[in-house]
Ligand binder design. Sequence first.
Ligand code: DP6
Length: 392
Amino acid sequence: MTVKVYSASTTAPVNIATLKYWGKRDTKLNLPTNSSISVTLSQDDLRTLTTAAASESFTSDRLWLNGQEESVSSPRLLACFKELRALRRSVEESKSELPPLSTYHIHIVSENNFPTAAGLASSAAGFAALVRAIADLYELPQSPGELSRIARQGSGSACRSLFGGYVAWEMGKEVDGSDSRAVQIATEKDWPDMRAAILVISAAKKETSSTTGMQTTVKTSTLFQFRADVVVPERFIEMSTAIVNKDFETFGQLTMRDSNQFHAVCLDSSPPVFYLNDASRLVIGIIEKLNSIYGRVVAAYTFDAGPNAVLYYLQQDEPIVLGLLKAALPELESWTSKASTASAIASCPEGIDHTSFDYLRNSVSRIIFSSVGTGPIPTEESLIGTDGLPKV
Ligand code: DP6
């Protein structure tokens, strides 16, 4: 007799912070030293697809990421499994007719459509998808905000990927982390014209993981405390207000300044943590110049724990931004996907110095164009077969 395999699948988005999370006040519960804000990117461009399955026939918990079986021993993963099983147990206690999934082992299969650990927030989409898929498998009644507390324990930034649109992670005050969770500031429909271009400068695994880098900063940077105590609390209010008011000028200014301050506290750490490289700094210079030519913020750059640049801009300015990027990086295949909007590409703005373009051409391997998008979406597309193993 074949034993039933229960399963649920979901996709989850990448989010890119505009007010950076950097520092933990509790490493076990993954509680941050400051609140943060991000934009959720469209899953048409970047997403993780995850299937979670449970069966009485499974003999251990197992996880496959991008075709590779991985260990399930990481405390972060175990924390997520434990919390989700406890929630399922309480559902089963109130409805005895339900199958006892909380007592079964689980299999997780997950695939990204973008390079893992390339500074592209893969852990955010990964843990958001994992938590959402298991919560769907278990038919949990918890809201995305409640689930975000669990995803946070997998990877801090993951809590923000449980929502679409514009999302805050409120750091909270409680020692048990019960109030450290994501909330939606605005939906993707409230401010739909936000666009993003990710310049992939390196798709290699980053040298210093965020987890390690941020704790070096917490322990050693003297600038860091000022950032956490003074700068971020003010910026958090200003940026939330700018999002609600669709004020791109303020949003863009704050985004760039916060990226720069985040990299400044990295440099102020001992030993210093470097994520930007020469190509990243060239992008900063070009975008600063673009904005000064127009006398307003046309595009805002931001960099996470890696050299890749993320540019935010509004749809109405797409011809300008694409004109610049096409002039700098004409050979990239990425333009084929943009062919439909080719007529909307303006010529390179006058006054931009082309001498850095050669260097950029050798550094940028790909541009991923995206826009603000939705939170996790359940899907019928399953990565697990009826035998409970990854489909080949
Ligand atoms: C620079 O969420 O990857 O992208 O909680 O240790 O898993 P852990 O860190 P992670 O850090 C993200 C740092 C960042 C800024 C941000 O996304 O807010």
